[in-house]
Ligand binder design. Structure first.
Ligand code: KDG
Ligand code: MG
Length: 406
């Protein structure tokens, strides 16, 4: 069949198999298709409408092979640049086009991106517990599964809702409210508890295991500096999102006080969100993701820029990024020189009924597989069985009722 890469259809699929996902499926005149993820947790329908109302009409008739030009068309051409909704929509288009191009070439995406730089993608898992003992059991389970890097989070004594701990026996899933649930937080209690937690984990598991921790934006810069300092002896792989990063200069203060490696960026949507953080070497890992930072095209730019300054990638990979995002991320991770680590939070069984994938996990590493494209497909009939369900992330308040960063 003669290749004809004109786009004839672009469909937005919203589905909720265990949680909400927004998928864009682009089909070309010669019958090939590619899919991209545009999921923005708690704001899914904003991206779906942006795609349907403003992007899809411009896609029809365009040449799917012109990936960079299409990226520029929707970024530069729209006049209104950046922002999570815009950049997730651009990402959905971009990843679908890379998927299409790799399928057309008959090769896995990582080959098109330059080939592999390593044997596989080292991933970190999430361990969490309602107490330190509970957390240690969760770490032990993940060690048994072969993980060499583990994020540790536990309930903080006296704090009803610490970040990263599931409710009851349910797996951790924060977007659980028809309206935002309100959580309560105490920074002093958390700061007193953290060295005890790390000490318990190191005492039981030694220093070979890479340990990560997510502060989830709850600290001021000076509090974050203190935490980094108090955890230095435990040799963390990284301390994540220690303080909000709208003010990139805030990280200078943390850096001046501690050698604990710093990771930030899961909420970033543009290279300009991390320009200063990277150029001034204020962080060690950039956590931007393919879905929230403009797709493979923009993530490659961020990674190349980071490489100039010795900053490595550590992409966000929570379950609110669809398997399409995970597939695309793994191809990127495999193909760039300055890959650091990839987050791996396995999707629910229901999610995997809708999304099939070529990627796999074994012994602490993932591989994107050898299927042409990014290797992830959506079963539209299965997707239709799970209609959208409004779900919000929680909001967070301090003990005196002040609204805080969740
Ligand atoms: O949408 C919010 C989640 O993706 C976020 O809370 C997960 O912080 C997170 C992480 O590091 O995976
Ligand atoms: Mg995080």
């Amino acid at each position: 069949m003669k290749a004809d890469s004109r786009i004839v259809e672009a469909k937005v699929i919203v589905t909720c198999p265990a949680r909400n996902f927004v998928t864009l499926k682009i089909t070309t005149a010669d019958g090939l298709h590619g899919i991209g993820d545009g999921t923005l947790n708690g704001r899914e329908l904003a991206v779906a409408a942006y795609l349907r109302e403003h992007v899809v009409p411009c896609l029809i008739g365009r040449d799917a092979d012109r990936i960079e030009d299409t990226w520029q068309y929707f970024y530069r051409g729209a006049y209104w640049r950046r922002g999570p909704v815009t950049m997730a929509a651009i990402a959905a288009v971009d990843v679908a086009l890379w998927d299409l191009k790799a399928k057309r070439a008959g090769m896995p995406l990582y080959q098109l991106l330059g080939g592999r730089c390593r044997e596989g993608v080292t991933v970190y898992a999430h361990a969490g517990g309602h107490s330190i003992d509970d957390l240690l059991e969760s770490v032990a389970k993940h060690v048994e599964l072969g993980y060499k890097a583990i994020r540790v989070q536990a309930a903080v004594p006296g704090v009803p809702d610490a970040y990263g701990v599931g409710h009851g026996t349910k797996p951790y899933e924060p977007a659980d409210g028809d309206l935002p649930r309100e959580e309560t937080w105490s920074t002093p209690k958390y700061l007193r508890f953290m060295p005890k937690l790390m000490d318990a984990v190191r005492t039981r598991f030694g220093f070979d295991l890479a340990l990560l921790h997510d502060g989830h934006h709850r600290l001021t810069p000076i509090e974050a500096a203190g935490l980094g300092k108090s955890l230095e002896e435990y040799g963390l792989f990284w301390l994540e999102d220690a303080t909000p990063a709208e003010n990139q200069g805030a990280f200078r203060l943390i850096r001046q006080h501690t050698t604990t490696p710093l990771a930030v960026g899961e909420v970033f949507n543009s290279i300009f969100d991390c320009q200063r953080l990277i150029a001034e070497q204020l962080i060690d890992y950039i956590r931007a993701s393919v879905t929230h930072a403009g797709g493979i095209t923009h993530m490659r730019r961020i990674a190349s820029f980071a490489d100039l300054y010795g900053v490595r990638t550590g992409s966000h990979g929570a379950t609110d990024l669809s398997p399409v995002s995970m597939g695309a991320a793994l191809h990127l991770d495999l193909s760039i020189p300055n890959f650091g680590i990839q987050e791996h939070m396995p999707h629910a069984a229901l999610t995997e009924e809708v999304f099939t994938h070529a990627y796999s996990y074994a012994q602490g590493m993932m591989h994107p597989g050898e299927a042409p494209g990014h290797g992830v497909e959506i079963d539209e009939t299965a997707a239709a069985r799970f209609p959208y369900k409004r779900s919000y992330l929680p909001v967070c308040r301090l003990e005196d009722g002040t609204l805080h960063n969740w």
